[in-house]
Design a protein around this ligand. Sequence first.
Ligand code: ZN
Length: 147
Amino acid sequence: MSDIRDLYQQLILDHGRHPRNKQHIDGASYVQVGNNRLCGDKLVVYANEQDGRIEKLCFEGEGCAISMASASLMTEALQGKTLDEAQDLLQRFLRMLQGETVDETGLGKLMVLHGVCDYPARVKCASLSWRALEAALAGQNGDVTTE
Ligand code: ZN
């Protein structure tokens, strides 16, 4: 069990230090700002949609390792998914962070963030990019905050 925890820890640190898809998208279909004042995490999520599919998903911003790792893992997990598939994964991931038992199908690497649910302050960090994407896809205006 501790070996698996080490592996999870390493994956989070790796994505936290070297986030994937951390770049701006010009003229993105969806743009949403997320703000977690409690920790100081601030990011912008960009998504391009084509034929009902998220063909490109990126983010920019600064924050703690958990917020960066979660955003990085999100872009990897949801890029190429249909909007329905993305919504399904997004909702299950957020419920998992709240400590609920969820169907783990397709969550894959995202399960490394499961341990975060024991730390309410960290849950806000881990869910920030996902809440931003959720709001973006729902067409909400204004910044997303974790308060
Ligand atoms: Zn944070």
